[in-house]
Design a protein around this ligand. Structure first.
Ligand code: HEC
Length: 109
């Protein structure tokens, strides 16, 4: 039984990577564009001009880590109330788009 469950998880994981690889360049560009649009709210705090010690840099974080962290704020397993409130308004698609954008965007000077 344990073996069968593990096998299913492996198949799911493989399926995920195939699906990710099949994502077209156009879809990817659209994701990044949506992320850029949604990022205007984030940049009011996380943009370089206003960033300070209590607000971390969020540019260049790997997409996987970025999505995990924002979802952890959304489900309140990370404690910051400001980020919980902001993440609470984001869908999975929004988070994926933001992750794609911030992973690739240059930090504003
Ligand atoms: C009102 C200011 C503010 C806004 C707006 C804001 N954040 Fe944050 N963000 C913070 C603060 C403060 C922290 C640090 C919280 C902590 O210490 O847990 C943080 C932490 C984060 C982190 C974790 C970074 C790390 O290295 O731990 C991510 C990712 C993040 N924010 C993404 C976003 C995204 C995406 C948006 C826009 C949808 C956004 N933030 C909007 C203030 C803000």
């Amino acid at each position: 039984m344990t073996m069968r469950v593990r096998g299913a998880a492996l198949v799911l994981t493989a399926g995920f990577f195939v699906a990710a690889a099949a994502e077209t360049a156009a879809t990817r560009a659209a994701d990044i564009e949506l992320g850029r649009y949604l990022s205007s709210e984030c940049v009011t705090c996380h943009g370089a001009a206003k960033a300070h010690d209590t607000i971390p840099n969020i540019y260049g974080i790997s997409e996987t880590t970025f999505a995990e962290v924002v979802k952890a704020y959304r489900d309140k397993s990370l404690a910051n109330p400001v980020m919980q409130n902001i993440a609470g308004r984001l869908s999975d698609d929004d988070i994926a788009a933001l992750a794609a954008y911030f992973a690739t965007a240059e930090r504003q000077q």
